[in-house]
Design a protein around this ligand. Sequence first.
Ligand SMILES: Cc1cc2nc3c(=O)[nH]c(=O)nc-3n(C[C@H](O)[C@H](O)[C@H](O)COP(=O)(O)OP(=O)(O)OC[C@H]3O[C@@H](n4cnc5c(N)ncnc54)[C@H](O)[C@@H]3O)c2cc1C
Length: 102
Amino acid sequence: MLEAHYCIIGAGVVGLAIAEKLSHSGNGDVLVIERHDAFGRETSSRNSEVIHAGLYYKKETLRTQVSVTGNRLLYALCEMQGIPYKKTGNSSSPRMRKRSTP
Ligand SMILES: Cc1cc2nc3c(=O)[nH]c(=O)nc-3n(C[C@H](O)[C@H](O)[C@H](O)COP(=O)(O)OP(=O)(O)OC[C@H]3O[C@@H](n4cnc5c(N)ncnc54)[C@H](O)[C@@H]3O)c2cc1C
């Protein structure tokens, strides 16, 4: 029987990131259970590959804070590991509200 202090179900990017953190915490063994025969076989390997900048949500939300911090950390990680990326830039413009006719 397998025994571990932590059990994570799902080896997508979220499960693997948590497992990576826990495995360095020194708090015990980590077991990752995945239903496929390899990691990252679902959403994590089928997304649009965009490194989000946190533009889409309200500034004060946790989502924005996490996006902005993650953006910085991900570019730093790519640099550190020699992972190629493209900074294609992205333009956005405010949407005008339709004026209601009197
Ligand atoms: C169309 C699309 C485009 C996207 N584009 C972007 C983008 O450009 N940039 C970006 O940052 N994010 C993007 N995202 C979001 C991002 O891809 C997801 O938030 C992220 O991949 C989710 O990771 P996850 O580990 O939670 O899920 P997943 O990658 O789906 O991993 C979950 C894992 O759990 C396993 N699992 C589930 N149930 C069980 C079970 N009972 N037993 C064992 N294993 C199980 C699955 O097999 C899977 O491997 C996009 C999402 C979608 C849908």
